[in-house]
Design a binder for this molecule. Structure first.
Ligand code: KIV
Length: 271
């Protein structure tokens, strides 16, 4: 069974961690066979599985259901599950109760979005034996506050804030810091300085690992169900691995290989 200590030792010896989102047992089994190190039951399922235009409507019950499904498909691969919007922000004990529900459904770690006051939430969960991944930079649950899908940390002040949040999250005891849509130089600075492994998505080449949304990797996500697919443009950090692979198993294997050998992401996927 892949565990946190093993993944941290990989990061220490410079082996990249390959993570992918996963929402069901069939893909979980396929990803395990392809050598994916960590499966993320992301609340992106609200968009890619449910056709919503954001992650905000995803419920605890949705996350439990998909975590159970993914858990049924693997025997040795670590599962991280997102805490959905509204399940952890206001009350430490509610956050702990909900994190325990996700762990009982099969998660080995929970992920929560945001810095600032969420540092105390992360610390409280860690003190109560819940492994935590902090998600900083562009945080999809705050899409309305952030004014859309925008790169974060471009100004000196916002970059300093993200670096400070990452450092404080590390001190609070989180096991991973996931960085989404931040300049590559900032992600490198964070990775080099906080002592906690980083996982990037649109965060350059220097993070300790990479994550992609499965449907993006396969080139099949064309926006929410009610929107014209022809108007949808994939984010810059996405690469379609199915295009030259022939089948899905090979596409996922190629992703793992590209992450491990450092050929994905390349400069064209970075900000
Ligand atoms: O929900 C999700 O899929 C995520 C990734 C974008 C990292 O959080």
């Amino acid at each position: 069974m892949t565990n946190v200590a093993f993944l941290k030792s990989m990061a220490k010896r410079g082996e990249k961690i390959a993570m992918l989102t996963c929402y069901d047992a069939t893909f979980a089994k396929l990803m395990e066979a392809a050598g994916v190190d960590v499966l993320l039951v992301g609340d992106s399922l609200g968009m890619v599985m449910q056709g919503k235009s954001s992650t905000l409507e995803v419920t605890m019950e949705d996350m439990e259901y998909h975590t159970r499904s993914v858990s049924n498909g693997v025997t040795r691969t670590m599962i991280i599950t997102d805490m959905p919007f509204g399940s952890y922000e206001n009350d430490l004990d509610v956050a702990l109760k909900n994190a325990r529900r996700l762990m009982a459904a099969g998660a080995h770690m929970v992920k929560l979005e945001g810095g600032g006051p969420m540092v105390d939430t992360a610390r409280y969960l860690v003190e109560n034996d819940i492994p935590v991944c902090a998600h900083l930079g562009f945080t999809p649950q705050s899409v309305n506050k952030l004014g859309g899908y925008r790169i974060q940390g471009k100004t000196e002040e916002s970059a300093r804030q993200i670096l400070d949040d990452a450092r404080r999250m590390g001190e609070a005891g989180v096991d991973f810091v996931l960085l989404e849509m931040v300049p590559a130089a900032l992600a490198k600075q964070i990775t080099d300085s906080i002592g906690t492994p980083t996982i990037g998505i649109g965060a350059g080449t220097d993070c300790n690992g990479q994550v992609l949304v499965l449907q993006d990797l396969l080139g099949i996500y064309t926006g929410p169900a009610d929107k014209d697919p022809h108007e949808f443009k994939s984010p810059r950090f996405v690469r379609n691995f199915l295009e030259h692979a022939g089948n899905i198993q090979q596409a996922v294997s190629n992703y793992v290989k590209a992450v491990k050998e450092g050929s994905f992401p390349s400069s064209e996927h970075c900000y």
